[in-house]
Unconditional design. Sequence first.
Length: 371
Amino acid sequence: MQVRLLFIGLWTLADKEGRLEDRPKRIKAELFPYDNLEIDTLLSRLQSAGFITRYEVGEMKVVQVSNFSKHQRITGSEVDTVSDYPPPPQGNNLETHGNTEETPWTTGREGKGTGRERKGKDIGSGDPGAAGAPPDVKKIFEGIERKKNPLYAFIRDYRPDFIEPYVELWNIFAAERGKALVSKISEARRKKFKNRIGEKAFDFLKVLEKAGKAGDFLSTSKWFTFDWITDSESNYLKVIEGNYDKEQPKLPAGAKEVSKEDINRIYGLYRKGDMINQLLTERHCDLVIQEKLISVTENHVFRAIQMRVQALAGSNLAAELRMVEAYQSGRWEEDPDCKTDEPNRIRIAKKIALIDLFGYLKQTEKEAVFA
């Protein structure tokens, strides 16, 4: 089972060419941070069975997932993506380690069953006939790490008809924005989800993508919840079709980048006591940092950590509970989950620094950030 879970995990780490750096310790930190596994040994078993190739080009060590392009769906802008890793040296045939036309869980074809049965026995860890069976999506889900990217890829590639992965991904989305998490999967929620997943137009990933691009309006509105999305067809279609895009707080008509005038305008609203959370973005913070009016200090980071702990409080996700524990115990700089959470932490710390500046300027009766 361990080697099969590792193989599944490699697909989530590989780039668009099916390659990743051959660093067992890093792979373990990404996929099995709390398990005592010999990743190098498991990688060797996968290579012996023909499911990966390990090779070196100069000083770089690389893992290539065999026949990756045959089973990975690559769309639109991803097609032209160039790998960060060099291909195997000429003469290194990725299929010389055995018949690798199928992945460990795909169905064999007539006349080739013996070879795939052997590989299933080699790496299936006591799962007879696993290589000849169709994908068991629930078992694949059990091996997916509960993080944003693996969950996103799993839902995109398999469109599972059970609610759990969608709830896991929603809770990550909600925790990043301080929204209500799903703490219990009730029968009522299962029933609503079953109705939605049966509708061809239902695209949960698209809903979250649109909500993120719509700015803070959707992502911070209390009514925008998992239950609201799955309550009716009309609800999620409104998001997908962009009905709420126009309601997002907008910068003044102008270029794509924020300007000093934008920041002065938001500061003016702050001075009047208006809420500015929906208007203030990381781009505003970056401009003020660039102008050397603020810098992110240790104090800002610790206050951001406190906000993240509050946002994650009550989560039922193991990874997020570990993250809270690491934050509270002071081990967050070394914790893999907290490292993944770093963009959220820094984004919040930047906003805290800018709001502190607003507070200081207001107290000193300054009328603008930039004269």
